[in-house]
Design a protein around this ligand. Structure first.
Ligand code: ARG
Length: 403
């Protein structure tokens, strides 16, 4: 039987050429699988037809939008996941769901090989291949760009030689990856990290510098998940979409970052993730209000570790899974309303309320109605500071400075 390869197909030049290239190189039949994670680009039927026209024996588009929102973006929100404290893991989150669909397609079509269009320099090759090895250790992976030296020039030449129906006029200077959680743009003039991004780079967000009236939004959360916006019930996918539109219109969620790739390279990427940043900003504040201090503090470390694991391609790893368990616990009380102003590129929390709130007016107030017994504070401080005070006394006695 002819061997079969499942290819992660985007519809772009590289993966279109990869169909024929893989067939030539391996003699295998290629099945193209495109996964809809809300990238909102070309019509997906057009993408499917192009794969068939490029020589795929079968091609289909898997609608993974709800699944991506519920099972990948929501855990990221529960983790307040920001790699390097800033990047909401846009591409890193989509790879594991794409992997899931590639593995399912391989099983269904009896394929033994999975192929992807990544280069050998980035994080995404790692995310694909570790994900596939974790879900289906028997499958092998190939990456034509990396393994068969399929450069861009050679790809264009191949497309011309074999008469592939790919228009080369949409020559974007950028490498773009996008989904409902956000958009990542790199290469071109952005590779000089002194060059500032131009408006041309952005598509999910408007220029925050343009004067416009502000927008005020109330997001209702239940156990860490957004369930309503301005009182109207939403699914996770709808929450992201609605906030992409509203926060995007105010220029919220733009990010220009030099980041540490897993392979050791520092690279520069421009991101825009208006919905993700608005949701994470609101969620972080609700955590502050509803989660007990020690769990909340511990959660910050968990959040950082979770983000690094997911960035580094370890979505399907035991530690990531264990941290998800902790984060579900942490989020059990994260319910209530957050009011935010979206304006001038920022999402600013202006109000919080809800039954799970740990904020106690009586304890916090400096006005009448104070219920906090201040006389207890003195003894607390003496004992709290006792061990370091003892050490300081010792140092003083021995003539050492403790300051
Ligand atoms: N640097 C980001 C990450 O590793 C995005 C990768 C894809 N970016 C792109 N412009 N094609 O998650």
């Amino acid at each position: 039987m002819t061997e079969r390869v499942v290819l992660a197909y985007s519809g772009g030049l590289d993966t279109s050429v990869a169909i024929g290239w893989i067939a030539e190189e391996t003699g295998a039949e290629v099945i193209a699988v495109a996964v809809d994670v809300g990238q909102d680009g070309e019509d997906l039927e057009v993408i499917r037809d192009r794969a068939l026209a490029c020589g795929a024996v079968d091609a289909y588009v898997a609608d993974a939008r709800e699944e991506f929102a519920d099972e990948y973006c929501l855990p990221a929100l529960k983790a307040d996941a920001l790699y390097l404290d800033r990047y909401p893991l846009v591409s890193a989150l989509s790879r594991p769901v794409i992997v899931k669909h590639l593995v399912a397609a391989a099983k269904q079509h009896g394929a033994t090989i999975v192929a992807h269009g990544c280069t050998g320099k980035g994080n995404d090759q790692v995310r694909f291949e570790v994900g596939i090895a974790n879900l289906a250790p028997d499958l092998t992976c190939i990456a034509p760009v990396r393994d068969y030296a399929m450069t861009r020039d050679k790809a264009i030449e191949f497309a011309e030689r074999t008469g592939l129906p790919i228009s080369q006029n949409k020559k974007s200077p950028y490498s773009i990856d996008q989904n409902v959680w956000g958009r990542a743009v790199e290469t071109g003039f952005l590779e000089d990290i002194w060059n500032g991004p131009i408006e041309d780079v952005y598509s999910y967000t408007q220029d925050p510098a343009i004067p416009r009236p502000q927008d005020e939004v109330v997001i209702t959360f239940e156990a860490g998940a957004p369930i309503a916006i301005d009182g109207e019930k939403v699914t996770m996918l709808q929450a992201i979409q609605k906030l992409n539109a509203r926060a995007g219109a105010q220029g919220v969620g733009r990010l220009d970052l030099v980041e540490d790739r897993l392979v050791g390279i520092k690279s520069r990427e421009i991101y825009e993730a208006p919905g993700a940043i608005a949701l994470i900003t609101a969620h972080q504040e609700l955590v502050n209000v509803t989660v007990e201090r020690e769990l909340s503090r511990f959660g910050r470390g968990v959040s950082q570790r979770w983000s690094e694991l997911v960035y580094d391609g370890l979505w399907y790893s035991p530690l990531k899974r264990a941290l998800d368990g902790l984060l579900d616990d942490l989020n059990a009380t994260v319910s209530g309303d957050i009011r935010m102003t979206l304006h001038g590129g920022r999402a600013v929390v202006t109000g919080r309320r809800g039954d799970e709130s740990l904020y106690d007016f009586g304890l916090a107030t400096y006005d009448t109605g104070d219920t906090f017994d201040q006389s207890q504070a003195k003894g607390f401080i003496d004992i709290w500071g006792l061990s370091s005070t003892m050490a300081a006394r010792r140092d003083q006695r021995l003539g050492r400075s403790s300051g």
